[in-house]
Design a protein around this ligand. Sequence first.
Ligand code: ACO
Length: 426
Amino acid sequence: MVYRRFFKRPIDFILSLIAIIILSPVYIITAILIRIKLGSPVLFKQKRPGLNGEIFWMYKFRTMTDKKNENGELLDDEFRMTRFGNMLRSTSLDELPELFNILKGDMSIVGPRPLLVEYLPLYNDEQARRHEVRPGLSGLAQIGGRNAISWEEKFKLDVEYVDNISFIGDIKIILITIKKVFVREGINSEDSVTMERFKGTKVESSHHLEGDKNLMKKELVIIGASGHGKVVSDIALNLNRWNKISFLDDNLSLKTSMNLDIIGTIEDAPKFIDKAEMFVAIGNNSIRKRIQEDLKSKGANLVSLIHPSSIIGSHVNIGLGTVIMPGAIVNCETTIGEGSIINTGSTIDHDNIIGNYVHISPGAHLAGTVRVGDRTWIGVGAIVSNNINICEDSTIGAGGVVVKDIDIKGTYVGVPVKIIKIKDKT
Ligand SMILES: CC(=O)SCCNC(=O)CCNC(=O)[C@H](O)C(C)(C)COP(=O)(O)OP(=O)(O)OC[C@H]1O[C@@H](n2cnc3c(N)ncnc32)[C@H](O)[C@@H]1OP(=O)(O)O
C-alpha cells in the first residue's frame, strides 16, 4: 500500500525519464526509418481509458502506410501493412512512445493494459476494477499468458494485480517483460487480431454456473450447412467449446451428416445474435462477406475456428470469423484477415498478409512474404512463389503456379498461370 501510494508514481517518472534518455538514439533512428518507409506523422495516437476510466491520448509509433486507391480511399490494412511495420510490432518497438505517457502520468510502467474506450460500458463491476490503477506498459496478464487466454482470464489477472501491487511484483513483471521482448517470445497483445474483440461478459455465466464448466459452454450457430458447413461443424465439435451446435440454411431439408439440427434459414440469423456465438460457413467469398459483415454490424458474437491439428507459428494474427482447417500450417509473422478459409493441408509461410474473405483451398502452398487481396480464391493445390502480390477479387485455378505479381482482377490458370477471364467491373 505504501509503495502504491507514495513510491510507484515517482519511480515511474524517474525510470521513464532515464529510459527515454538512454533510448533516445533508438527513438531517433526508428522515427527516421518510419518517416522514410511509412510516411508521416511518425506517431499514431489513440484515445484510451486511464486511471478511473479517464480518457487520455496514448502514443505509439506508426506501423502502416497511408496508401490509397485511385479514388483516394485508404487501402485495406493488409496492403498498408509492411514488413517493416510488422517488425516494429513484433519487436514491440512501436510501443516505445508510451514511455512519454508514463512520464506525463497517464500511464505506469506496470499495470493493466489500456484497452479500447468502447469496452468501458462492457465491463462488469469486478472487471471495471482494472481502472483503479494507472494502466501500464505491461502487466500480469501480459506476462502470464499467451494470446489464447480469454478476456475474462486477462481481467482476472488485472484485478489480481490491482489487489496485490508490490515493489517486488512490479520488478518481476518488468524483468519478465524485458526477457519476453528480447527473446521475441510474444507479449500478449490486446491489439492483436488474434484476440477477438471484447464483447462483455454475461453475468450469469460467471456466477451461478461457476463450478460446472460444461454448463458454462455456449451455443454455436453455423450459417451454411453444405459441404463447407459440414467441415466447419466437425472442427467446432472437435474443439468441444459449445453445449449445442446447430445450423441455419435456406435448404431446411439438407441432411447434415453430424445429425446437427437446421434450426432456421439464413434470414433468421439476427434472431440468434443474443443467444449464441456464430460462424459463417459459406464457401463463396462474396456471399460469406455480405452475411458476416451484416451480422457484425448487428453486434453478432463471431468466433474463429482453429483445428487442433493445424500448426500456427509465432506472431500470427488471425481475424474474426476465419477458419483454419485440419493439417494447415500458418508460419510465423503472418496475418490473416477476417472471414477467411485456410483449407485442409494448405500451407502459408512466413510474413504472408492474407486479406479478408479469402479462400486458400486444400493443399495450396504459399511461399514466404506473399500478399493475397480481399475475396481472392486460391484453388486446390495451387502454388504461389515467394514475394508475390495477388490483387483482390481474383481466382487462381486448381493446380495453378503463380510466379509473377497479379495486378488485374480475374481468373488465372496453368503453369505458370495466365489470365483466362478479366473480372467484370460491375
Ligand atoms: C474443400 C473444397 O472442395 S474447396 C474447393 C476447391 N476447388 C477448387 O480449387 C477449384 C478451382 N476452380 C478451378 O480451377 C476452375 O476451373 C476455375 C475457377 C479456374 C475456372 O472455372 P470456369 O470459370 O468455370 O472456367 P471453365 O471451366 O469454363 O474453363 C475455361 C478454360 O480454362 C481451362 N481451365 C479451367 N480450370 C483450369 C485449371 N485449373 N487449370 C488449367 N486449365 C483450366 C478449361 O479447360 C477451359 O479451357 P478450354 O477453353 O480450352 O476448354
